[in-house]
Design a protein around this ligand. Structure first.
Ligand code: FES
Length: 233
């Protein structure tokens, strides 16, 4: 990414970091994808203020088959969290955007064995309430092997076998309109592994559209409307 693009991204979003230097070769850069305004199923722009705290929203980004979680947290997510990928890449998560920096987004592809929300069922999702796996709640749990992620701390792994945080989805927030747009990712994205592992399923369900970039707009749904069943743990 060019420096001017990086500066532009930082100006538009709280999700930015310092530019890596030659002496800091493991520092990861943000990856910009096509910009997609978040809209509801009627096509109206989503306003950050209209999101309900604790509700698990889902949208596909940056590809037509790769779901992401959109959350409004009950408390501000101030950021400043140092994170590391399985390969040793480091990055600094700078917190949420929108009202009191409470709005965050992450790839919904589990960093362990790539469990993700399908139209039939989701074994991974945000759990507001306490449970045996979620502890006191307000975490993202993957019921496949019980990895737990903290959405208020950059998706870091709280417990379980996941080797790295969930990849951050970079959001822009328009302070005047309240609108939100996805613009890229940060951290350990798993898209290539995802496309390889689920190649047959994706081909059967979506044909060549699975790798189609999401651009222009991305439709946000509640997880209950995205997946017919939600396995909770
Ligand atoms: S696939 Fe999510 S914990 Fe194993």
């Amino acid at each position: 990414m060019e420096r001017r693009d990086f500066v532009k991204l930082c100006a538009a979003s709280a999700a930015c970091t310092t530019l890596p230097t030659a002496a800091d070769a493991a520092a990861l850069k943000a990856r910009l994808y096509a910009r997609a305004v978040l809209v509801n199923e009627r096509g109206d722009a989503i306003r950050a203020e209209a999101l309900t705290a604790g509700v698990n929203y889902v949208f596909d980004y940056p590809f037509a088959s790769t779901p992401c979680f959109l959350l409004r947290l009950a408390r501000p997510a101030a950021g400043g969290v140092e994170l590391r990928t399985e390969n040793g890449g480091t990055y600094r998560w700078e917190g949420g955007v929108g009202p009191e920096r409470t709005v965050v987004a992450y790839s919904a592809i589990c960093a362990h064995k790539l469990t993700y929300p399908t139209r039939q069922v989701s074994f991974i999702g945000y759990r507001d309430a306490p449970s045996p796996v979620a502890g006191n709640g307000k975490v993202i749990t993957c019921c496949s092997d019980r990895s737990v992620y903290d959405p208020a701390a950059g998706g870091r792994v709280v417990t379980g076998p996941a080797p790295q945080p969930l990849a951050t989805i970079l959001l822009e927030h328009d302070a005047r309109s309240g609108g939100l747009a996805a613009v890229g990712t940060f951290g350990g994205e798993m898209f290539e592994q995802f496309f390889q592992k689920y190649a047959f399923r994706l081909q059967m369900e979506m044909g060549d559209r699975a790798r189609a970039p999401v651009e222009g707009r991305a439709v946000v749904r509640e997880l209950a409307a995205y997946s017919a069943q939600w396995a909770q743990c």
